[in-house]
Design a protein around this ligand. Structure first.
Ligand SMILES: [Zn+2]
Length: 316
């Protein structure tokens, strides 16, 4: 087991123990997996001459083709990985895929890591993403336990911050979005295409997910959404972890929604409200028509808020 340099070890222990402790027990609802698209065909949507969005692999995947090979962002679920890599490479020989960037650790986005790692493809991720892949993870909000990933699937290089990759004559920028969907979220920006991939930091058609067990919370997700807007312009196309291409208006709508809901939840938690009391107050009701069922957002927001209550000036 490796040390956790990017996150205070005491906080990491808190996150792990909270997942099985009182806060976790309060989450009575066993919820389904993040995505369930097994069996769906893979489809490719061109975003430019070089950049494609691949859908149907369990999570959105981007592929940038250059004279020096292919760079992917995320890799879908493991069950789809052989077909996905063949489609992206255009051949059974998938070694043209030279690099992958993982937006975060969730299996819907790191499922191709084992095959890519085995063929020597560079894999870049945030250090916290690598750390989660080296340990067992209990996600009570999914009703699932995840064992450590095989070492071959671990990122081969990690970052704590922002940077860029010069790949086949193209510049690809990436950067850290702290404690948002998880504590290891990277965005990946393609300046030539003006395409911003943000993984599950963007909810797309549904409320975004706050994986509080691995460091996500609503305050961080709001900051991350603002950061994505600040990094981009009116014509940027955004790629969420799931679903169709998004516009700036979609990201602005997420920012507006999170601002309003975070404000209500923080006011309630400062008064010591329980999860049931928060649910009864229906703080999401103005947004449910656009974003759908708020149950998972609320049940995951609550323990995340408890974990940050001191910085919010709250009751503990
Ligand atoms: Zn995710």
């Amino acid at each position: 087991m490796r040390q956790a340099p990017a996150i205070n070890p005491a906080r990491r222990r808190f996150l792990k123990s909270a997942a099985t402790g009182a806060a976790g027990m309060a989450l009575a609802h066993a919820l389904p997996a993040l995505a369930a698209t097994a069996g769906a065909p893979l489809t490719a949507t061109p975003l430019s001459e070089r950049l494609r969005l691949i859908s149907g692999a369990g999570g959105n995947v981007l592929a940038l083709s250059t004279n020096e090979g292919i760079l992917m962002v995320d890799g879908g679920e493991a069950a789809h990985a052989p077909a996905l890599l063949e489609q992206i490479a255009g051949s059974r020989d998938t070694r043209r895929i030279r690099m992958q960037i993982n937006t975060h650790w969730h299996p819907e986005h790191t499922g191709a890591n084992d095959l890519l790692g085995a063929q020597g493809t560079r894999i870049l991720a945030h250090e916290n993403t690598k750390l989660w892949m080296t340990t067992d993870i209990d996600l009570p909000w999914q009703g699932k336990m995840y064992p450590p990933r095989a070492p071959v699937a671990w990122p081969t290089e990690t970052t704590y911050t922002d940077g860029q990759v010069d790949f086949g004559g193209q510049t690809v920028r990436y950067g850290y979005l702290p404690q948002a969907h998880t504590d290891g979220d990277l965005y990946v920006f393609f300046p030539a295409e003006n395409v911003m991939a943000a993984g599950d930091v963007l909810g797309g058609a549904q409320y975004p997910i706050l994986d509080w067990c691995t460091g996500g919370w609503i305050g961080g997700l709001l900051n991350a959404t603002k950061a994505l807007l600040d990094l981009t312009d009116a014509s940027t196309r955004f790629i969420a972890g799931q679903g169709a291409v998004l516009s700036r208006a979609d990201v602005e709508a997420q920012h507006e929604m999170l601002t309003a809901i975070r404000g209500k939840l923080v006011a309630m938690i400062k008064k010591g409200a329980s999860l049931d009391e928060m649910m009864a107050a229906a703080p999401t009701k103005d947004f449910d028509a656009r974003w759908g069922d708020p149950n998972l957002l609320m049940t995951n927001a609550y323990p995340g808020l408890l974990g940050h209550v001191r910085e919010l000036g709250g009751i503990l």
